[in-house]
Design a protein around this ligand. Structure first.
Ligand code: CUA
Length: 335
């Protein structure tokens, strides 16, 4: 009996240590709250069982150790029915508790409710693209979500298997060629969180990251509206909106957009020269470089760095972006 008490004390100390560190991120979705509850339930039970078993083991090794000169047989013990019933029943109950709790969490976490916000997620080596079919097909490189609204991600890939994960949302789902997978998330905390690909998908796997931005519903609506109207409005405003939404400035310098990226060619200086080298008109060269970036590589830059998925942009957005990037000095030849 005092053995079990000792085991429980050990369990309490171990639990305090386990809870004393920030092992996990602070959850930012309702689903994450449930998953972390489950995680700590299973971890707590494991610590309890481990502590009791270890206590009994250590006590037995010390207390029942035979003296060095003791060559006699041990006592003829033949089982203990009460003990066997206890150590069968207790784990059975614990496993059933974890099993039932998991089933409840699993079904709640995959329930999108009656009116989820739909976001189409497209994965491609090595880039995420988020499209909002009910917000005028706005497309962006970051995932913007209104707080406290359930979102259903409808996910497809253009090449290999990727996997969508935001640690603070906890939900995780593979994106698999040939099928459409879904994921339900209800963000409940404002902030910016990393979107991470967690399936080894090629050389750029470690760089296949984006951001999930949880915003006030009004701010989200305003963003969706202004982006949609800027894109459909045509002209430089549309091009600028597409340039910003697709995150072009992360890799390219382009003064008109205030972009200072250094990964790819400088769009203020390289376009005319490279179009000549590629033997194309400036607008044709820009379009090709966006939709098929490996067709021509600017001298001094490596292949396969620029994502190849921008060809899937709606034609109006692509046209706007091409027009936006044509240098003013050559505008006369552009349509
Ligand atoms: Cu996509 Cu790893």
């Amino acid at each position: 009996m005092q053995l079990v008490v000792f085991g429980l004390i050990a369990a309490a100390i171990a639990t305090a240590v386990a809870l004393g560190f920030h092992w996990l991120v602070v959850p930012a979705s309702r689903q994450a709250g449930r998953i972390f509850f489950l995680y700590w339930l299973a971890t707590g039970i494991s610590i309890l069982v481990f502590s009791v078993v270890t206590s009994v083991l250590v006590y037995s090794i010390i207390h029942f150790r035979a003296a060095p000169d003791d060559m006699s047989d041990g006592p003829p013990i033949h089982g203990n029915t009460r003990l066997e019933i206890i150590w069968t029943l207790v784990p059975t109950v614990l496993v059933i508790v974890v099993g039932v709790a998991s089933a409840i969490v699993l079904s709640k976490n995959s329930d999108a409710g009656t009116n989820p916000l739909i976001v189409n997620v497209t994965a491609e080596q090595f880039e995420w693209q988020f499209t909002y079919p009910h917000q005028g097909n706005v497309t962006a490189a970051e995932l913007r979500l209104p707080v406290d609204r359930t979102v259903k991600l409808v996910m497809t890939t253009r090449d290999v298997i990727h996997s969508f994960w935001v640690p603070e949302f906890a939900q995780k789902q593979d994106v698999v060629p040939g099928i459409t997978t879904t994921l339900v998330i209800t963000p409940d905390r404002l902030g910016t969180y990393p979107v991470i690909c967690t399936e080894l998908c090629g050389l750029g796997h470690a760089l296949m990251r984006s951001e999930a931005i949880v915003m006030q519903p009004a701010a989200f609506d305003a963003w969706a509206k202004s982006t949609a109207s800027a894109v459909s409005g045509g002209g430089a405003a549309a091009g600028k909106a597409v340039f910003a939404a697709q995150g072009c400035g992360a890799c390219h310098t382009f003064k008109a957009a205030g972009a200072t990226g250094k990964v790819g060619p400088d769009l203020d200086t390289a376009i005319v020269k490279d179009a000549q080298l590629a033997g194309l008109s400036v607008p044709d060269f820009i379009r090709q470089s966006i939709t098929d970036p490996n067709a021509y590589i600017s001298p001094g830059f490596p292949k396969n760095v620029m994502p190849g998925n921008f060809g899937s942009l709606p034609k109006s957005q692509l046209d706007a972006l091409v027009n936006y990037l044509v240098p003013p000095s050559t505008k006369t030849v552009s349509p």
